[in-house]
Design a protein around this ligand. Structure first.
Ligand code: HEC
Length: 139
């Protein structure tokens, strides 16, 4: 019993040495997404931790194994769409992302593993409608 516990504690300590790289690239103002304040407020609260270079890395994001999953979400999220680099995107890419946002705010975004901790990131019906209107997508 005592031995098993020691092994578990030992493993937990050992994995802390496997540290993923967590970086925030410098934000260049001219390249950032610009939208009306009410839209920006929602995006910043619900999306920016994974889709911008303004990621807030909380204390638990430093602790393995959570650090691995959290870092992966941020890396993959930024690779998919990074609002801090919005103005580097072509018109086609912007349109594609706006269509994707239109769909995802109703379905899978923000990720549920995120809203489980960040309750304030859960989108209300009104916020979903507001973001959808902002995308300009008509169907
Ligand atoms: C916890 C991290 C996280 C949060 C918060 C989050 N996303 Fe994501 N998002 C991801 C990841 C990871 C992907 C890539 C994998 C996927 O599509 O599921 C992604 C993919 C997307 C895509 C698809 C882009 C493409 O080109 O494939 C869109 C659009 C998107 N997110 C919009 C949003 C919006 C809008 C919000 C806020 C309402 C949001 N996300 C919040 C992690 C996040």
């Amino acid at each position: 019993m005592k031995r098993t516990l020691l092994i578990i504690v030992g493993l937990f300590i050992a994995i802390q040495f496997i540290r993923p790289t967590q970086q925030n690239a410098k934000v260049i103002d001219e390249l950032q997404l610009k939208a009306e304040p009410k839209v920006m407020k929602v995006l910043k609260t619900s999306c920016y931790d994974c889709h911008s270079d303004n990621t807030v890395w909380p204390w638990y994001s430093q602790i393995a194994p959570f650090s691995w999953t959290i870092t992966e979400h941020v890396v993959d999220g930024r690779a998919a769409v990074n609002f801090s680099k919005w103005e580097t995107y072509s018109q086609e890419k912007k349109q594609k992302e706006l269509r994707s946002i239109y769909k995802k705010v109703y379905a899978s975004m923000p990720l549920s593993s995120y809203t489980w901790i960040h309750k304030d990131a859960i989108l209300t019906k009104e916020q979903i409608k507001m973001i959808r209107d902002w995308t300009g997508v008509r169907r």
